[in-house]
Design a protein around this ligand. Structure first.
Ligand SMILES: [Zn+2]
Length: 174
């Protein structure tokens, strides 16, 4: 049995890859379009951390008091770089390590803490293996932005609801 056929393996292109220099605003727009909410943060094109998108969004929204207008918060922070947020302790992310397909067994991938392996074949990246449930969970739930009145929004836009004048209040993963 090969782990390439496992449901824990995502071929190259299936997980969003986002460079550390990309503004948070763009990260939100990207992950809102995806099936999952996790993404591979890259540094100079190399996979660096696998980030749980929901934790990034929640951390972002919690930077403000509930009575504060979140439109203002999104305006203030959304231009900051994705990479500058990842060190925040409330953001859940996992390390990424490279593994050569022909030299790595399923046991070697599984008998490690929660993490992601970039599977390569003779140096060519094939995709990513998410070794445990904790890591895999972020790859299946889609982010929905919910306003104060309970309307669903496909993306945060500028922080206000597309249906009513109220601000985005929180996100749900479905
Ligand atoms: Zn609304």
């Amino acid at each position: 049995m090969t782990y390439i056929n496992s449901e824990k393996f995502f071929s190259r292109g299936l997980l969003p890859e986002i460079e550390v220099t990309v503004p948070v605003r763009e990260v939100f727009a990207r992950i809102s379009k995806e099936t999952g909410n996790g993404f591979v943060l890259t540094q100079s094109g190399r996979p660096y951390r696998y980030v749980v998108g929901k934790s990034l969004v929640s951390s972002f929204l919690q930077r403000t008091q509930p009575q504060e207008d979140r439109t203002d918060v999104i305006g203030r922070f959304a231009e900051s770089r994705a990479g500058s947020w990842i060190s925040s302790p409330d953001i859940l992310s996992f390390p990424i390590e490279t593994a050569e397909r022909t030299k790595t067994t399923l046991e070697q991938l599984e008998n490690r803490p929660d993490m992601v392996f970039e599977i390569v074949d003779a140096g060519t990246p094939l995709g990513f293996y998410l070794n445990h449930e904790n890591v895999l969970n972020a790859a299946t739930g889609r982010i929905v932005w919910v306003c104060k009145q309970g309307h669903d929004n496909a993306d945060p836009d500028h922080g206000t609801c597309a249906v009513c004048p109220f601000p985005i209040d929180h996100v749900e993963v479905r």
